[in-house]
Design a protein around this ligand. Structure first.
Ligand SMILES: [Zn+2]
Length: 85
């Protein structure tokens, strides 16, 4: 697969690394490409990092909320038991 272009600046992307990975009985070749413009790639990396951090933050918040929700349900259950008898 060639002819990949940067979504940011439209310049052609260059292959910086290829590696093979065995999946079951077949080998899958992964290709890592970067923008041919180093400055642009730097910006892309920065954006990716920001997005990654944002996603991680959202994920953490979801976990926290889910745990808080479970805790409330647990608390209610315990109180109900107390009230019933
Ligand atoms: Zn670019």
């Amino acid at each position: 697969m060639t002819g990949s272009t940067c979504t940011r600046c439209g310049k052609p992307r260059i292959v910086v690394k290829t590696y093979d990975e065995k999946v079951d009985n077949s080998t899958v070749t992964y290709t890592i490409t970067e923008c041919s413009d180093p400055d642009c790639q730097k910006m892309v990396n920065k954006t990716l990092l920001t997005e990654k951090k944002k996603r991680q933050f959202i994920k953490d918040e979801q976990v926290k909320r889910e745990e808080a929700r479970k805790q409330i349900i647990e608390d209610k259950k315990n109180h109900k038991d107390d009230d019933e008898d």
